[in-house]
Design a protein around this ligand. Structure first.
Ligand code: ADE
Length: 229
């Protein structure tokens, strides 16, 4: 998979050289490129923002650098990329979204800052690729960078070969619409706290049933919205 990220803070993404995604990049499974939006400005101050038409607080990202960046990153492609703009006003990014996007050949992420990006950029981008505005959740970040880090990790780990043991992807929270069951390791007694005896029983049927109950009970307590779905 190829991923291009455009940001005015490219060094945010230095963390993506670490751990499993770093290895995936080294082995060529993940071809990740981070670009500085200011490289597509042509004025002395490398300006990327301006005041909003109609008034109001804050600054808006100018369309021109975004247009040039998108032109360059989509030039000569034979397939339409998926172009994702993180935004608190977007659709919710979920595990099912990560699963869907892990099958795409090419993702382009555009990180907005300030009060957002000039709305015409999204229309223009949709002439070059499939545009999605995606929110991590109902809270506001200072910009799209942290959201893109999270989405890249959630998507990247689902690309075949990135996580060493694919079994570990199956029994995770959100894979079947429930939260994950609790996990324990040795020692069986720690600070007067016992591991649930069923896990030491060797009875695989009983263990599977207990884990399922735990998943349902946890989901009921912590995320009743998921059970309703
Ligand atoms: N940018 C600012 N807040 C965001 C959020 N909640 N999700 C995605 N991008 C954002």
């Amino acid at each position: 998979m190829r991923i291009d990220v455009v940001s005015i803070f490219p060094s945010y993404f230095d963390g993506l050289t670490l751990s499993l995604l770093g290895k995936a990049r080294d082995s060529g499974i993940l071809d990740l490129h981070v670009h500085d939006l200011r490289d597509w400005t042509h004025d002395r101050h490398r300006t990327v923002d301006d005041t909003p038409y109609g008034g109001g607080a804050g600054m808006v990202m100018k369309p021109e650098p975004w247009g040039l960046a998108l032109d360059d990153l989509t030039a000569g492609l034979d397939t339409r990329p998926t172009i994702i703009f993180p935004s608190p006003a977007g659709e919710l990014f979920r595990q099912s979204t990560a699963r869907e996007l892990a099958h795409r050949e090419h993702l382009i992420f555009g990180c907005g800052r300030y009060e957002g990006i000039d709305e015409r950029v999204f229309e223009y981008a949709s002439t070059l690729g499939d545009v999605r505005l995606m929110s991590l959740g109902d809270y506001v970040l200072n910009g799209g960078e942290v959201a893109v880090m999270a989405m890249t990790e959630a998507i990247g780990r689902l690309i075949p070969g990135v996580v060493g043991n694919p079994e570990s992807l199956v029994e995770e929270s959100h894979e079947d619409g429930l939260l994950e069951y609790p996990s324990y390791t040795k020692p069986s007694t720690w600070r007067e706290r016992e591991v649930p005896p069923v896990l030491l029983s060797g009875n695989h049927g009983a263990i599977a049933a207990w884990r399922r109950e735990q998943q349902i009970e946890r989901t009921r307590q912590r995320r009743p919205d998921l059970l309703a779905e």
